[in-house]
Design a protein around this ligand. Structure first.
Ligand code: RFL
Ligand code: PHB
Length: 395
């Protein structure tokens, strides 16, 4: 296969950030190439996020990749909080003037974007790991990668690192060019995918003395469920029966109600980190999505932030290559970081409010319940949650 030797924008990584950026650039007539280290099947199978903000859906529609999403995604107008033996529903449209979220798995977004890109372009190479990037401070960048057993190079005007939290592009930036702010959380999630109908029509976020639980879904027949577990937990310590029993307890099952059980098709432990790299650009190298920042998943923000970054970036490149104005590209990092820090703040709030930290006292637990009670009884507190969950209207 002949691979291009030069392009305008080289995109490293075919997760949601890289694929959506490629699609948006393609629609603006800006030449780009996507290089992905894994194979297509692996990228399409990776189980991750499940909630799309309205702004993300709007971007996918503008990118003309929302045909299946518009048929299959399920709008959600609220979430349920369970705590202290109580249930409280947070109604998004009432509290936010009409905003909502959509249940449509990241795997499906990725499949839709890949199918379209392989049909219409721009070039997308799987099994093409990038191992070095050079030239951030020069007038041209070089990307070194391997494909079909051969070492290759791609020169370009700009490189965008959409290669996730463990990617290579961030590490290619000169020492001292960026600063990383981070926090490791003292607990993880055990996530499962089960062939069982969702327990409830909306997501349930449950606080309990035994730790946090989340009941989400992928379809009318497939549930996605999470349990807080200690860091370093081995999934093998959680046979299926133990998982269902624990979910029942944390979600407040009683004599008249318990989860409908089914075969578990995937089981893994996800550590949690918050991290932001500032700035998100140095010279000709830019970072987007998880390559620049990660959030703990309780706020459902990771994928939505990635979509937000590349929307800003695509508009900036359109300005540069269309009218020759680099103003938006200059502002890229600052524009994104404002929204990123709001998402970090909200994700940290959801995490600390809902999880039981090791060594937490009964005082800590009562404070959490008081916080949740405040959301349940104050429209202002509920609106703050609803606005953040559905996505803040920041440019
Ligand atoms: P991705 O999806 O990690 O994609 C990065 C892509 O880059 C490729 N890559 C390389 N390609 C070429 N050369 C290299 N040297 C490369 N190194 C890496 C990778 O193979 C991959 O295809 O990042 P992106 O596009 O920024 O998208 C971000 C989202 O994936 C992420 O924010 C969310 O999925 C976060 N996240 C979750 N968010 C939620 O809102 N809810 C969740 O339940 C949830 N679960 C998760 C998650 C993230 C996880 N990771 C990253 C560990 C579960 C996991 C396991
Ligand atoms: C999911 O469906 O995977 C999901 C939903 C909401 C979250 C995290 C994960 O906050």
């Amino acid at each position: 296969m002949t691979c291009p030797r030069h392009t305008r924008v080289a995109i490293v990584g075919a997760g949601p950030a890289g694929l959506l950026l490629a699609r948006l650039l393609h629609l603006s007539g800006i030449e780009c190439v996507v290089l992905e280290s894994r194979d297509r099947a692996y990228v399409e199978r990776r189980q991750r996020a499940g909630i799309l903000e309205q702004g993300t859906v709007d971007t996918l529609r503008a990118a003309e990749v929302a045909g299946r999403l518009d048929r299959e995604a399920v709008p959600h107008d609220g979430i349920e909080l369970r705590f202290d033996g109580r249930r409280h529903r947070v109604d998004f449209p009432t509290l936010t003037g009409g905003r909502r979220v959509w249940v449509y798995a990241q795997t499906e977004v990725v499949k839709d974007l890949i199918a379209l890109q392989l049909k219409e372009g721009p070039p997308l190479y799987f099994d093409a790991p990038v191992h070095a990037v050079a030239g951030a401070d020069t007038d041209r960048c070089t990307v070194h990668y391997t494909h079909e057993g051969q070492d290759r190079t791609l020169t370009c005007d700009y490189v965008v690192g959409c290669d996730g939290h463990h990617g290579v592009v961030r590490r290619a930036l000169p020492a001292g060019a960026t600063r990383v702010h981070e926090r490791t959380w003292p607990y993880s999630w055990l996530g499962i995918l089960a062939d069982a109908p969702p327990v409830y029509e909306e997501l349930i976020y449950a606080h309990s003395e035994r730790g946090f639980a989340l009941a989400s879904m992928r379809s009318a027949r497939v549930s996605r469920l999470y349990l807080q577990v200690p860091n370093g937990e081995d999934p093998a310590a959680w046979p299926d029966g133990r998982i269902w029993d624990e979910l029942d307890r944390r979600l407040g099952a009683g004599p008249r109600w318990r989860l409908e059980r089914g075969p578990i098709s995937a089981k893994s432990v996800l550590p949690m980190r918050s991290s932001v790299t500032e700035p998100m650009r140095h010279g000709r190298i830019l970072l987007a999505g998880d390559a620049a920042h990660i959030v703990p998943p309780a706020g459902a923000k990771g994928l939505n932030l990635a979509a937000g970054d590349v929307t800003v970036l695509a508009t900036a490149f359109a300005g540069l290559y269309g009218s020759g104005s680099g103003e938006l590209l200059e502002a890229y990092s600052d524009t994104c970081l404002r929204r990123v820090w709001q998402a970090e703040r909200f994700s940290a709030f959801m995490t600390t409010t809902l999880h039981t930290a090791p060594g937490a006292s009964s005082f800590d637990a009562r404070l959490q319940v008081a916080q949740l009670d405040r959301i349940a009884t104050s429209p202002h507190a509920a609106a703050e949650l609803a606005h953040n969950y559905t996505g803040l209207a920041l440019s």
